[in-house]
Design a protein around this ligand. Structure first.
Ligand SMILES: [Zn+2]
Length: 513
């Protein structure tokens, strides 16, 4: 009996083609049934081995839970064959696809793709697979372009693509936006409050406290408010192409950490704009005033120097949220709870902490712990056994002495008339050559000895490096950051009064503290 696993995945394009998960799974099941008939042996497709990937966009392929389970079960030899409808369903692009194929084949699993009639049990499977998957990738790129061109065309006519934003509903017939008065009030208030001088955090807080939630019934966040303020849809325009997905590799040492990230397009030439496509929720002047103020805020948001915030990303608030850096008007840096910044004081009670003091505390604590923990004395380099070198040197000296003596004897024999001048010169030449070789060897040994004496205590060097780099007057902030990241998993800020708060450092290694 052949046990088959099924892998199904929906991508942006497969939804467009009406290629649902159920369809993909049914397709694979039917294929397995046919195989059973052909081979006269059953191919079963147990429900447990159907791996469904609902296309979490933005995550790297190999990190997806369904893929992880598939690969793990393959390693445990839970099934013999993996079926999927087509290579474009198998992976997002050629690199991902090939990584998956190799991982599965290494586990002894046979890989079958129905549409391409691909079978990894055949010769040059990898080669054929790569070609199919490159073609699939090209096809998917073509589709993406088609979709984009179509959407831009709709936008040019003032029609809306996708979900309507807060404050609007979509007229399904005309594909134009219609104002949703219940939420439009909130949107107007957001713009008004911002112009009155409220910050985005304060606005989110005020709305949440008043029980005025987003269209989906969620709490307003700082980011959400900020997006509303920047969205030209509210002055009556349809602007297509403001956000674009780009492939990024967050971790340079791991090419498989690739994922897609949405970025805002800065170049206005790339945007498709239709002015007055629908009724605006705020007047154009208001929208422009808000954009001008947003621009000013951006300029005054903290000093941008070469200052490095050492523990950024490592810090955790008492509530467990990340902490991010903010600046007051005087340019002093503070760490604040990210959750509180986003959702207001109702989400977290913790106050801000002076960045400089906190970082110094973290550095000195890590320094103290590491100095105590690392057995630097045991890192001490074993020096080359010196006496060996010395003995070799003594031997060389003796050999040289012998050659000198020989040379002297030869000269005596020549002066005594025992040797002819010609004989003497020939023999002496040989001796002089040996002397030169020996002297060169002696020089080399001397150099080795010299270096030997300069060998520094490696343990002491490592200790010094740590002390130097884990301090505020660090010679290289990047290195300090790296050292911290290497040893420290996170720094938990504990409850305390005002600036006097305790920190707990969680190391990446098992540690007795
Ligand atoms: Zn917090």
């Amino acid at each position: 009996m052949t046990i088959c696993a099924i892998y199904a995945r929906v991508s942006d394009e497969s939804q467009l083609r009406g290629d649902s998960l159920q369809h993909q799974i049914a397709y694979c099941r039917e294929h397995a049934r046919r195989r059973s008939l052909e081979e006269g042996a059953p191919w079963t497709t147990p429900e447990d081995f159907v791996y469904v990937d609902e296309g979490i966009t933005g995550t790297s392929m190999v990190r997806r839970p369904a893929v992880q389970r598939l690969l793990m079960d393959a390693r445990r030899h839970q099934f013999d064959v993996v079926l999927f409808k087509g290579i474009s369903r198998f992976a997002r692009d050629t690199v991902d696809a090939l990584v998956m194929l190799r991982a599965l084949m290494a586990s002894g699993v046979r890989v079958l793709s129905m549409e391409e009639n691909f079978d990894s049990a055949r010769d040059s499977a990898e080669f054929i697979f790569t070609i199919h998957s490159a073609l699939a990738q090209a096809e998917s790129e073509k589709t993406a372009i088609r979709v984009r061109v179509g959407a831009a065309q709709k936008a040019r006519l003032g029609q809306w693509n996708g979900q309507p934003p807060d404050g609007y509903i979509l007229d399904v017939h005309s594909k134009h936006l219609v104002v949703d008065e219940t939420v439009a009030l909130t949107i107007r208030d957001i713009f008004a409050m911002y112009l009155e001088g409220y910050g985005v955090r304060k606005i989110a807080e005020a709305l949440n406290q008043a029980g005025r939630y987003t269209k989906r019934g969620c709490l307003w966040t700082q980011r959400h408010v900020s997006r509303v303020l920047r969205n030209p849809v509210y002055q009556g325009d349809v602007v297509y192409g403001r956000r674009e997905k780009r492939l990024v590799v967050p971790d340079a040492s791991n090419p498989l950490s690739r994922r897609k990230r949405a970025v805002y397009v800065a170049d206005s030439d790339q945007l498709t704009v239709c002015q007055d496509a629908h009724p605006g929720i705020v007047p154009r002047e208001v929208f422009l005033q808000v954009q001008a103020r947003l621009q000013r805020q951006r300029v005054s948001s903290g000093p941008t120097g070469n200052q490095q915030w050492l523990t950024k990303g490592l810090l955790r608030c008492t509530c467990g949220s990340r902490m991010t850096i903010t600046y007051n008007r005087a340019g002093t840096a503070y760490y604040r709870c990210a959750r509180r910044r986003e959702r207001g004081a109702s989400a977290c009670q913790s106050g801000h902490i002076r960045a400089l003091a906190l970082e110094q505390a973290v550095l000195s604590q890590v320094r103290k712990d590491l100095l105590e923990l690392i057995p630097f004395e045991r890192l001490t380099c074993q020096k080359l056994p010196e006496h060996d070198t010395q003995r070799e040197l003594r031997n060389l000296h003796a050999a040289l002495e012998r050659q000198f003596a020989k040379s002297q004897k030869l000269f005596d024999e020549y002066t005594d008339g025992i040797l002819e001048r010609e004989q003497y010169e020939r023999l002496n030449q040989e001796i002089q050559r040996r002397i030169r070789a020996l002297e060169q060897a002696k020089e080399k040994l001397h150099a080795v000895l010299q270096k030997d004496n300069q060998v520094v205590d490696a343990g002491e060097l490592a200790r010094q490096t740590l002390v130097n780099h884990l301090s505020k007057q660090t010679p290289n902030p990047h290195l300090t950051k790296e050292i911290l990241a290497l040893f420290v998993d996170r720094v938990q800020v504990c409850k305390g009064v005002g600036q006097h708060r305790e920190i707990a450092i969680h190391y990446r290694f098992h540690c007795p503290f």
